[in-house]
Design a protein around this ligand. Structure first.
Ligand code: CA
Length: 755
């Protein structure tokens, strides 16, 4: 690859390579530039029809301002010498201003934008881009390392712009991946086209601000946008509850695929949007949703939704209640919605008049739901009605399930046999049902038809145990050195013996550390932490016998921690078949402590024995500003025994009143908890302290002589179940609603309170 050397940066002269007479007036030039200075000089002289070509190589800290006045017949282009071989790294970005500009072939990686967008279709508030295009551009993991710093990867302003065949993956910091801005008259009625883009995996953000695509904002939502979003592929876009948030009128969202993406396409604000021929494949993944309707004149037709598990506002299909005389940023009543010829296969939940409460009391009116096909192989009917839905006329729909009694005149129940057609979608075998559900001619957009053809769509998440097996002997520094030398996905197998670890071990890759024989690899450690998980790190510990007796005689040691602050990549932590004891050289010796801003996709403790620990087990309580931010999505404890843990077993805190996240989740089953949570330094006075956790399942655990389980419900109608637990000499669980009025909504069933 061509690398720009420092000595060449001084080369200020742009080279006009070719001079072609394209019309009587204009001499179009190709400008091959090899430095930012040369680029700047070329841009100042651009004429319609000119092509600026960035030389292959790495351009570090390059803020590109691409300005010019092209014409429809003679656009001005900016491209790579070879597509994909021009890398923009460090603090780089791109602004377009003018008319008929086309940018292609660039790759943004290994850095982040110092400004509020990586690509902006404007240079400043006054100078926007019109009739311009960004195509075959890659933005790959170009996230601000401070995940709370907000930016857009793409902000489209102006009018008649196109964003197509681009590849956007791995946005980890706060802020919409692609935003269509309507914040001035010159950006409204914009007729933008967003098509054939590959929206690669966007990890769970753990707060609001993780939308993949947003069109408008509530402030300008009564303006029309006329944006067309078609033939895009949304691959595991899990950032938050909204995958697409439409906040303006007259947009078309057509023939996109949503693959295993948590969240929904939400018609949050704005009227008269058309949602058609979209395909949702949830494949049973948690919180996969479909379409959520709010506002007037929305048309939803010929969409195909399969395997969606989402519930509440994240359901496969939701029609909301509105607020009477709603403020612009609240919920406008659903009026004149047309929902027809959609196929819903194994969609767990369809919610009507959702969100009905004292404020949201305006039920949907003058709406039609017709000729839809509903099929659930488990026979469960998916509808929940939260209010009067007589304003929604159901007609000509068919379902294989029983139907909700209030909808039965408009949904016919019958046996339905489905067959998968060549397009990958299921259709009824019975030709009499040909006019029900999505049409046969629907062709789902293929992943391969999106993004630039020259940039491979590889999964960057490394699975545990996907690398090689490395044997480690019980010798001085052997474990430390083995971790340092290991590659992604490797499994370090520890021979029997004692490992007294001298230095803190940094985990910055996906690794498993496993005893060759369970319990025979004995580990002690001399620093305040044994393992620190930093960006890129994920850790499995299996079969180890860990003792804290060589740890410093100081308070606040931890066995494992994530970096104390400033992590941007999510991590995974698993501990199984292991024993941990003697974390008691001083007070407040914790098993695991999350850093501020760190986020675990999951933490799993299975088949372990924990004893004699002076601190907490899992401290996931660093986001105390109550901004809806939290530290772990799924926390699972199964088949463990806990004995004499002075602190809290799980302290999981999700504060604030924002409802933009699905988590956190806690799943605790078949554990034996003894004499735990009762240390005088345990500030929660609880063995489990769960604040704002959205899904809690605590089942079949035995608590003995321990502190109480304390659960505080905040917002989002959390699902809490405590079932089949025994509490001996342990106070009964306490569940409190902090915001909702009335009794708590937790399910407490078959729990035994014993002396
Ligand atoms: Ca949001």
């Amino acid at each position: 690859m061509y690398q720009i050397k420092k000595s060449q940066i001084s080369c200020l002269i742009a080279i006009p390579l070719l001079c072609t007479l394209l019309s009587v007036q204009t001499l179009a030039k190709d400008w091959l530039v090899e430095s930012p200075a040369a680029y700047k000089k070329a841009v100042a002289q651009l004429q319609a029809g000119d092509n600026v070509i960035l030389a292959n190589g790495t351009w570090n800290n390059f803020e590109i301002l691409f300005k010019g006045e092209g014409t429809e017949k003679q656009p001005i282009t900016l491209t790579a010498q070879t597509k994909g071989k021009v890398l923009l790294t460090g603090q780089s970005n791109l602004r377009l201003a003018g008319k008929h500009l086309v940018v292609s072939g660039l790759v943004f990686k290994d850095g982040y934008t110092p400004s509020s967008s990586v690509i902006a279709f404007r240079s400043n508030k006054e100078n926007l881009a019109y009739h311009s295009r960004v195509t075959e551009v890659v933005i790959d993991n170009f996230s601000n390392p401070d995940k709370r710093e907000q930016d857009y990867w793409v902000a489209i302003y102006g009018q008649y712009n196109r964003f197509d065949h681009n590849y956007l993956t791995g946005k980890r910091n706060k802020g919409v991946t692609l935003a269509v801005r309507l914040d001035s008259k010159n950006s409204q009625k914009n007729h933008h086209k967003i098509d054939h883009n590959y929206f690669g995996p966007r990890p769970i953000l753990g707060s609001n601000g993780g939308e993949t695509l947003r069109i408008g904002t509530s402030h300008y939502s009564l303006s029309n946008s006329y944006t067309l979003v078609e033939n895009n592929y949304f691959d595991r876009c899990d950032g938050e509850v909204e995958i697409i948030s439409v906040k303006s009128g007259q947009n078309k969202i057509r023939n996109n695929v949503f693959f295993e993406s948590r969240g929904t396409l939400t018609l949050r604000h704005g009227n008269g949007n058309l949602i058609e021929e979209n395909v949702f494949f949830g494949n049973g993944v948690d919180h996969t949703g479909g379409i959520r309707i709010i506002n007037k004149d929305q048309i939803i037709k010929n969409n195909y939704l399969e395997g969606l598990t989402g519930y509440r506002f994240g359901s496969g299909f939701t029609v909301m209640n509105g607020v009477p005389n709603s403020k612009i940023n609240r919920y406008h009543q659903v009026e004149n919605a047309l929902v027809e010829n959609n196929t819903l296969v194994n969609v767990a939940h369809v919610q009507l008049a959702a969100g009905s409460d004292a404020e949201r009391s305006a039920v949907p009116i003058n709406s039609k739901v017709q000729n839809n096909l509903i099929y659930n192989e488990n026979g469960q009917q998916p509808f929940t009605l939260f209010d009067d839905v007589s304003g929604v006329a159901f007609k000509g729909n068919v379902a294989n399930t029983t139907t909700h009694e209030k909808l039965s005149s408009g949904i016919r129940q019958q046996d339905i046999k489905l067959k998968r057609a060549k397009n990958g979608l299921l259709y009824p075998v019975d030709t009499k049902l040909a006019d029900k559900g999505a049409k046969k001619s629907l062709v789902p957009t293929l992943k391969s038809a999106t993004g630039p053809s020259w940039y491979p769509k590889v999964d960057t998440l490394v699975a545990f145990e996907s690398g090689k097996v490395v044997n480690v002997q019980a010798q001085d520094d052997a474990l430390f050195n083995a971790v340092l030398a290991a590659n992604e996905g490797d499994v370090l197998v520890l021979a029997d013996g004692s490992y007294d670890v001298r230095k803190m071990i940094d985990i910055n890759k996906t690794l498993s550390i496993k005893a060759q024989h369970q319990g025979k690899a004995k580990i002690t450690f001399q620093r305040s932490t044994l393992f620190q998980i930093s960006d890129g790190g994920s850790l499995t510990l299996d079969g180890l016998a860990i003792n804290g007796n060589s740890s410093p005689d100081a308070s606040g040691n931890t066995l494992i921690r994530s970096k104390k602050w400033g992590m941007v990549e999510n991590y995974r932590l698993v501990m199984k078949n292991s024993s941990v004891t003697g974390l008691d050289t001083n007070h407040s010796f914790h098993l695991f402590d999350s850093g501020k801003g760190a986020f675990a996709d999951y933490i799993e403790l299975t088949n372990n024995h924990f004893s004699d620990i002076t601190g907490d087990l899992l401290r996931l309580n660093k986001e105390i500003e109550d901004l809806g931010i939290y530290n772990a999505e799924y926390v699972t404890l199964k088949n463990n025994s806990f004995d004499n843990i002075e602190g809290t077993l799980v302290n999981l805190y999700r504060g604030g009143t924002d409802e933009s996240t699905f988590g956190p989740h806690l799943n605790m089953a078949n554990n034996a908890v003894k004499n735990s949570g009762k240390g005088k330094r345990n500030k929660t006075n609880a063995s489990l302290y769960l604040h704002g956790v959205q899904v809690v399942n605590v089942k079949s655990n035995a608590f003995e002589s321990s502190a109480a389980t304390v659960i505080e419900h905040t917002v989002g109608e959390p699902k809490t179940a405590l079932i089949n637990n025994t509490f001996s000499q342990t106070p009964a669980p306490s569940v409190q609603e902090l915001y909702a009025k009335g009794p708590h909504t937790a399910v407490l069933l078959n729990n035994k309170q014993a002396k």
